[in-house]
Design a protein around this ligand. Structure first.
Ligand SMILES: NC(=[NH2+])NCCC[C@H](N)C(=O)O
Ligand SMILES: [Mn+2]
Ligand SMILES: [Mn+2]
Length: 307
């Protein structure tokens, strides 16, 4: 069950250009202050903090032609893609510290290319309150953090869909979305059209988190690279207030722990995003501390007596 991980590379991507509220740019530092690196090292893991990427400032402009800050979003994603790709080439496990969720276009484009090049199967586990499958035609906000899954599946502005050269970077069948409870009307049509596998909160209520996760992990084998894209607003806002787009009715602390432990049990996690932590909305960094606690579980911390 337990496995040895390669060296972990923390990659800070301090930007909120894709979000509708300012502050996710402070996420990487809040995760460090909450002790992310130390907690993983205390588990015996080898952690390299590569520092923060640099990128364009947030001009804080209203959307134009359906997108807010598209040029800045593209530039940040290019840098994230390059950083994640180079850490994968070094054989390290990249942990991208967002930043808002638009950055998953860059990280997952890099991970998908790595999987194709090494003959690995890819399974993306998208832990989120939102499907993030909007396009400029249907978005209610113009915020690019509501669009990364669509971009990865080939639907969106060409500089993002073709960030890695080819499109789509990801097949809809390679992703499972878990914890979903806020999907915009036009977005919902697209999610259905593309046939995404969504484990929404209603399904989780009905079958329980254990079965939902077994379903989401079905087919994962020794050849599978799991990428976890952890949007902190996945968690119920009662326990995780430090995000820009809170949606009530999310997983409890125990349910979230179970998600992380079941992923850890597969031994197949090869890359991770931690995104949307927004210290401007937090209370004494409690959401940052909770995120660190859950990430420790992703890396094998367990309270199980039978271990
Ligand atoms: N990664 C996120 N927090 N996404 C929130 C998206 C909210 C909303 N669906 C929108 O597109 O504006
Ligand atoms: Mn998201
Ligand atoms: Mn979200």
């Amino acid at each position: 069950m337990s496995r040895t991980f390669p060296q972990i590379a923390l990659i800070g991507a301090p930007t909120d250009v894709g979000a509708g509220h300012r502050g996710a740019s402070m996420g990487p530092e809040a995760l460090r202050v909450a002790g992310l690196g130390e907690a993983l090292r205390a588990r015996g893991l080898d952690v390299l903090d590569t520092g923060n990427l640099l990128g364009p400032a947030n001009p804080w402009q209203p959307p134009t032609a359906g997108y807010r800050h598209l040029d800045q979003v593209v530039e940040w994603n290019r840098r994230v893609m390059e950083a994640v790709a180079s850490q994968l080439r070094f054989g390290r496990l990249p942990v991208m510290l967002g930043g808002d969720h638009c950055l998953a276009v860059g990280s997952i484009t890099a991970v998908a290319a790595h999987c194709r090049a090494t003959g690995r199967k890819l399974r993306v586990l998208w832990l989120d309150a939102h499907a993030d499958f909007n396009t400029c035609e249907v978005t209610p906000s113009g915020n690019c953090h509501g669009m990364p899954v669509a971009c990865l599946c080939g639907l969106g502005p060409r500089p993002l869909t073709h960030l890695g050269g080819d499109a789509p970077a990801l097949q809809p069948g390679e992703i499972r979305q878990i914890g979903i409870r806020s999907v915009d009307p036009g977005e919902k049509k697209l999610v259905k059209e593309y046939g995404l596998d969504v484990y929404d909160m209603r399904h989780i209520d009905e079958v329980g988190m254990k079965r939902a996760m077994e379903e989401a992990l079905a087919g994962v084998d020794d050849e599978t690279h799991i990428h976890v894209s952890f949007d902190v607003d996945f968690l119920d806002p009662v326990i995780a207030p430090g995000v820009g787009t809170t949606i009530p009715g999310g997983p409890t602390y125990r349910e979230a722990q179970l998600v992380m432990e079941m992923i850890a049990d597969t031994g197949r996690m090869g890359s991770l995003d931690i995104v949307e932590l927004n210290p401007a909305f937090d209370d004494h960094n409690r959401t940052g501390l909770l995120a660190v606690d859950l990430v420790e579980s992703l890396f094998g911390k367990s309270t199980l007596m039978r271990d």
